[in-house]
Design a protein around this ligand. Structure first.
Ligand code: C2E
Ligand code: MG
Ligand code: MG
Length: 699
């Protein structure tokens, strides 16, 4: 100790007075001469702290060891007699070039006969600083972890005071910033949470039941007034095995609940239209059956299938078809009552469950649905009509189970399809069973083949009248059939059967030959009358159709312009490319082309521009409502204007009244056909009616 405790003057005195004392101290100690501000004594601890020996320290200027402006300033003031004590955390320069964090205390001591000294005690804070830094790091890690979890976290002490939370917690509970700024005001935050839940009383009861120390991990679901649903998981927070508070984790399960709900919804609804699906429909019918059992309330099922919907899908694409289905779904829904159910079974099949409905109610519903579909559908530049076939089954008359009612309404719908579509029909119990329809169709087909062989078909001719001049300028050939057993059968009935069986090809060829022969005969007799012939899709699609037409004209010696072929819109959209080639070939030949029943199919304006047709025939379903029906009037106006723009002649069909004729004339329609002037007439009657004043060869 003697060797180490070295001093300049007055080193000996210093050593004598302080040596033992400072060496006994745990902290580092320097003794500084008050005049020279040089160290005159230091203990072992000081040597260790400063990475040197006490002997090396003796003689050093304190300013050299000071590492902060505060220390430099203090020693400066000491020199001027302005200061003599200080205590604070600071740094000192060690011998090895590092700095040490210390708490440094300086005091002046003045012995009686000794020179004044400063005693500098340096408490090493490096270890403490290390711990502090580790703590800070741990805190930062903890905060980062807290913030990175997807859950909102709230930590409270056992008394329920807030100890910690993360931003996610703030966001989930939408806690206002000003509440959080007043951090000491926990009560306000807790009150905010209480007021945010949908059921504050239940929330408080639950909170009270969670005992800070003893309740183990628990979870429940909170519903906030904002609509958010939170799952709350809580568990005790322990330190050294002792509960010191609780951690609450809140999670944004609204989406999960929403997803659950969506899955539930999807399993009960049709994905495209959002309407109930078959499953939900079955549930609803079950309810209706139960109700009927209780109090005898009747109900009806309307099985609805769109007509020729596959044409839309095949020619215009499924996306387009989907939009039409959506539109149809909306229209059907719009004409049923709140208590009814509209379901989509898939494809173009819908079912309406009309609750508390008897036959009259069911019929009224069917008519409303069909009326709603009558309005034209518009998609882009396309305008068209969609019709539906509807079959109706009633409970209890037609069945006592879901299965029976579905089957019977479906069968009734199929009967509507066979009878020509676009209508509704009730299920009928027939003694000869469900296949009677098929049998009668087969009988009809057989009878037609026989009738053709026996030359029992005739053609009648309906005059086409120029609306301006009143002159008959054409004749539409229409098939007539009188069967000795079955009586008069209208083409409305037999043409469909002939189309289904394929017999229409042979029948159509016969019509073409007969009509062309008639026109040639009239021309020979000086009656120059263009003849229009209806052509079915199947007939038009026959490979030799165009050559066949040319051959028939050649054989009869009739110039092609005296023949007009009436095609339906369905021809245009079935295999559109091939149809276009045929139409061009026919136009090339010089034959006139017309589109029959216009407005009931799916022709697009863009398409019409490219086909070489000369006339559009407005379907008589649009004419029948004229002039009173606004929708019909609008459609007819639109067709006429469109025809004008495309330089097409417009023929109105089924004109029965003078008012209709006047409306059409005023609207700018070119020609009309209808009972107002004449029905289809046998050739002699036609000749008698129009006289010999035909259109003439100059046409
Ligand atoms: P369509 O080609 O549209 O013929 C017009 C239909 O309207 C004819 O019925 C005609 O008699 C009827 N009609 C004419 N004026 C009036 C009127 O003022 N009021 C009413 N309510 N009806 C009127 P029809 O002769 O029963 O023919 C029905 C359909 O059968 C025709 O409709 C046509 O699509 C088809 N059809 C007739 N003959 C033939 C044929 O030779 N070949 C082919 N493929 N189809 C034919
Ligand atoms: Mg026609
Ligand atoms: Mg027509």
């Amino acid at each position: 100790m003697k060797r180490d405790l070295v001093a300049h003057a007055p080193a000996t005195a210093v050593r004598a007075a302080w040596g033992g004392l400072i060496e006994a101290m745990l902290d580092a100690v320097w003794l500084v001469d008050a005049l020279t501000l040089r160290i005159v004594g230091a203990n072992h601890a000081a040597g260790e702290l400063m990475a040197t020996t006490p002997a090396e320290l003796v003689g050093k200027d304190v300013l050299e060891l000071a590492a902060t402006p505060e220390d430099l300033c203090f020693w400066g003031e000491v020199a001027q007699g302005l200061a003599d004590r200080i205590e604070s955390d600071t740094l000192v320069n060690a011998a090895n070039g590092t700095t040490r964090a210390v708490t440094r205390r300086v005091a002046r001591v003045q012995g009686d006969d000794a020179p004044a000294l400063f005693i500098v005690v340096l408490h090493d804070r490096s270890a403490q600083r290390r711990v502090e830094r580790e703590l800070e790091d741990a805190c930062a890690d903890l905060r980062a972890t807290l913030e990175s979890t997807h859950d909102g976290i709230l930590v409270t002490d056992l008394a329920g005071r807030i100890r910690n939370f993360n931003q996610r917690f703030v966001r989930l509970w939408q806690i206002p910033a000003e509440l959080l700024e007043r951090r000491e005001d926990d009560a306000a935050v807790l009150e905010w949470m209480r007021r945010s839940v949908a059921d504050p009383a239940a929330y408080m009861r639950r909170l009270a039941a969670i005992d800070g120390a003893t309740t183990p991990q628990a979870s429940d679901v909170l519903r906030l007034r904002s609509g958010t649903a939170l799952e709350r998981v809580t568990l005790p927070q322990c330190l050294h095995g002792r509960a010191i508070g609780r951690v609450y984790a809140f999670r944004d399960i609204t989406e999960k609940l929403e997803a659950d709900r969506r899955i539930e919804t999807l399993s009960y609804t049709d994905a495209l239209t959002g309407l109930p699906n078959r499953r939900l429909l079955a549930d609803r019918i079950e309810v209706a059956l139960a109700q009927a059992k209780r109090d005898g309330t009747p109900f009806a099922l309307l099985f609805l299938n769109l007509d020729r919907f596959n044409h839309i899908n095949e020619t215009l694409g499924r996306g387009f078809g989907d939009r039409v289905l959506l539109d149809v779904a909306g229209r059907i829904t719009g004409c049923v009552r709140e208590v009814d159910t509209v379901a989509r079974l898939g494809g173009d099949e819908f079912v309406v469950l009309a609750n508390q409905a008897d036959a009259r109610g069911a019929e009224a519903t069917a008519r409303r649905v069909m009326d709603a579909l009558k309005r034209p559908f518009t998609q882009g530049d396309m305008s068209f009509t969609v019709t539906a076939s509807v079959g109706i089954a009633l409970h209890p008359t037609d069945g006592a189970s879901i299965d029976a009612l579905m089957r019977r309404s479906d069968a009734a719908m199929r009967e509507v399809k066979h009878a020509g579509r676009a209508a509704f029909r009730f299920h009928q119990t027939r003694p000869d069973g469900a296949d009677s329809q098929l049998r009668s169709r087969m009988r009809l087909d057989h009878a037609m083949r026989l009738a053709l062989a026996q030359d029992r078909f005739h053609l009648h001719y309906q005059p086409q009248v120029d609306l301006k001049s009143g002159a008959v300028v054409g004749a539409e050939a229409l098939l007539r059939w009188h069967d000795p057993v079955l009586g008069d059968i209208s083409p409305g009935e037999f043409i469909r059967v002939a189309e289904e069986s394929g017999f229409i090809v042979a029948l159509g060829d016969w019509v073409l030959k007969r009509a062309v022969a008639q026109a040639a005969a009239w021309a020979d007799a000086g009656l120059w009358m263009p003849v229009s012939v209806n052509v079915s899709a199947l007939q038009f699609q026959q490979p030799g159709f165009v050559d066949g037409v040319a051959a028939v004209l050649r054989d009869a010696g009739l110039a092609p312009q005296w023949l007009e072929l009436e095609l339906t819109e369905s021809i245009l959209i079935q295999d559109a490319q091939d149809a276009m080639l045929r139409l061009r070939a026919l136009a090339q030949l010089g034959v006139q082309l017309a589109i029959d029943d216009f407005g009931t199919g799916y022709s697009s304006l863009a398409y019409l521009k490219r086909v070489p047709v000369g006339r559009l025939k407005i379907d008589r379903s649009f004419v029948s409502g004229l002039p009173a029906d606004e929708s019909d009037a609008a459609i007819v106006h639109a067709i006429i204007q469109m025809g004008r723009a495309l330089r097409l002649q417009i023929v109105a069909e089924g004109v029965e009244t003078e008012a209709q004729r006047e409306f059409l004339q005023a609207a700018g329609c070119d020609l009309f056909q209808g009972y107002l002037y004449a029905p289809a007439l046998a050739a002699p009657a036609f000749e008698a009616r129009v006289g010999r004043t035909g259109a003439g060869p100059a046409l």
